[in-house]
Design a protein around this ligand. Structure first.
Ligand code: BES
Ligand code: ZN
Ligand code: ZN
Length: 496
């Protein structure tokens, strides 16, 4: 989709075929820049009481006839005081969905505010449009002639009288963020027979060429040489080789400490010898959502050319049962050196993350954020409305909370009291990989904490939010691309 920024303050000579604008509660006039004919049509609808102002509602008006006919979509925005970037994103997604329904391939959206927030709203609007237009049909036969979909191909953001130079940056940032998230959704959506650890590594290399990143791949031989036996132990039962993917963005001064992003890349989680039940197991292709989020964020960071150094680290493997699988009770030695008693082979995420986190600390980062579909317990605790965040650094956690609020990829903090660590005590090794029935999300984080030393670190458990029903206007059922935009926003805010 092509994204165009327009700041003209008069109506164009030929009316755009599909124009959307938002209406706040109490607002009863259409934007001045609409044609007189459009104003009249709006006024009639207003007089008739047909115009919605509460968010989620919209009204489609037809204006003019023949070649000059255009569609005007009025989207309710709710109270002006409650308006937010997320509401802008949803309203724009709603406009793109409406355009799709009436086979319009070009959408013009009027920015509702010209003030201080215009840039942030512009970024969110562009995100909403690109996210809404994403589809995944690479595995289906092409539709029969005449039955082709008509995707929106052109999105024009119209900010009458806006400052072009200022709005341009946010528009491009919105594009980068959404493209990154859409890339994550595509990777998530691919089934595990296609999206193997090797495939993720190839995609990282391709992305490096496309947007300009430095990529280093650890194959099995190199992982053995490095001593990443916790990661290797998870891949023991699989015919697919594991990989560690390291992506570097050099946007800051050389020598400046990078930010580190780490993402769980289990391309399929059967549970291993501690086998999961069959029902719903197909969803475990999404167990690489953390990896997809980090890869998407890295793509966005590179495309937006953020002036900061960032390293993205993705440990990737399958978790399979077989004669060569790791068995409950086995003890493995991690990259850091600590030994781990594997009580449950289904708690594999923390095993691959602990080696990646220890590697991340060697990069001497200013902070580490990891994300993972780590525990079923977080789904019980927070459902699909927020990811859990846990960490050792209050400032870092607060930054992530803020980024979550702005991107709509919300996070909610859980405690990491030192007392929880006792649940991981092992009779045979330095620690065991599960902490029992109580506080599953917290004990998983307490495990990870053992591998980050003193580096400011936060962990985001996305098991409840990475994929789902996709009920928002800019989502689709299945892969949600979370937390690519959250991570991008965190890095963007640190680089600003
Ligand atoms: N990948 C799962 C977590 C998960 C559950 C993701 C539901 C998405 C939806 C993870 O590897 C896992 O199996 N965790 C176990 C840990 C337990 C054995 C301590 C869990 O949560 O049941
Ligand atoms: Zn598991
Ligand atoms: Zn898993």
């Amino acid at each position: 989709m092509e994204v165009i920024l327009s700041t003209r303050s008069t109506a164009p000579r030929t009316a755009p075929s599909f124009v959307a604008f938002g209406l706040f509660e109490g607002q009863s006039t259409a934007p001045q820049v609409l044609t007189p004919l459009a104003q009249e049509s709006f006024n009639q609808a207003m007089d008739a009481g047909d115009v919605p102002t509460s968010s989620d509602e919209d009204l489609l008006l037809f204006v003019g006839a023949g070649d000059q006919r255009s569609r005007i979509l009025v989207v309710g925005l709710g109270a002006k005081g409650d308006f937010s970037e997320e509401k802008m994103r949803r309203a724009t997604g709603q406009a793109v969905r409406a355009a799709e329904r009436c086979k319009q391939t070009s959408v013009t959206l009027l920015l509702p505010e010209a003030g201080r927030r215009a840039g942030d709203l512009a970024r969110a609007a562009v995100e909403g449009a690109l996210l809404a237009a994403w589809t995944f049909d690479e595995l289906k036969a092409p539709p029969e002639p005449g039955k082709e979909k008509t995707p929106v191909q052109r999105f024009e953001l119209w900010a009458p009288g806006g400052k072009r130079s200022a709005l341009n940056r946010q528009t491009r940032e919105g594009e980068a963020a959404a493209r990154g998230a859409n890339f994550a959704r595509t990777l998530q959506s691919r089934p595990a027979n296609l999206a193997t650890p090797t495939h993720l590594a190839e995609q990282a290399l391709q992305m490096a060429e496309d947007v300009g990143l430095e990529v280093e791949i650890f194959d099995k031989k190199k992982l053995i040489k490095a001593g990443m036996h916790a990661l290797l132990s998870v891949s023991n039962g699989s015919a697919q080789e594991p990989r560690l993917i390291v992506m570097r963005h050099h946007g800051g001064r050389s020598g400046d400490a990078p930010l580190a992003l780490v993402g769980k890349g289990v391309t399929f989680d059967t549970g291993g010898i501690s086998l999961k039940p069959a029902s719903g197991m197909e969803d475990m292709k999404y167990d690489m959502s953390g990896a997809a989020g980090v890869m998407g964020a890295m793509r966005a960071i590179a495309e937006a050319k953020l002036k900061i150094n960032v390293v993205g680290i993705v440990p990737s493997t399958e978790n399979m049962p077989s004669g060569s699988s790791t068995k409950p009770g086995d003890v493995v030695q991690s990259y850091l050196g600590k030994t781990i008693e594997v009580i449950n082979t289904d708690a594999e995420g923390r095993l691959i993350l602990c080696d990646a986190l220890a590697y991340a600390t060697e990069q001497k980062p200013a902070a580490i954020v990891d994300c993972a579909t780590l525990t079923g317990a977080v789904v019980v605790a927070l459902g699909d409305q927020a990811a859990a965040v846990l960490g050792t650094d209050d400032r870092l956690v607060a930054e992530l909370e803020k980024a979550g609020e702005r991107t709509g990829e919300r996070v909610w903090r859980l405690p990491l009291f030192p007392e929880y660590r006792k649940q991981l005590d092992s009779a045979y090794a330095d620690l065991k990989n599960v902490g029992g029935r109580k506080a599953g999300t917290i004990t998983a984080a307490a495990f990870l904490r053992e591998f980050v030393g003193d580096t400011p670190w936060a962990h985001i458990d996305i098991a409840g939010v990475a994929y789902g029903d996709g009920t928002l206007s800019y989502q689709r059922k299945g892969a949600l691309g979370v937390p690519a935009r959250l991570l991008f926003e965190w890095v963007r805010a640190r680089s600003a």
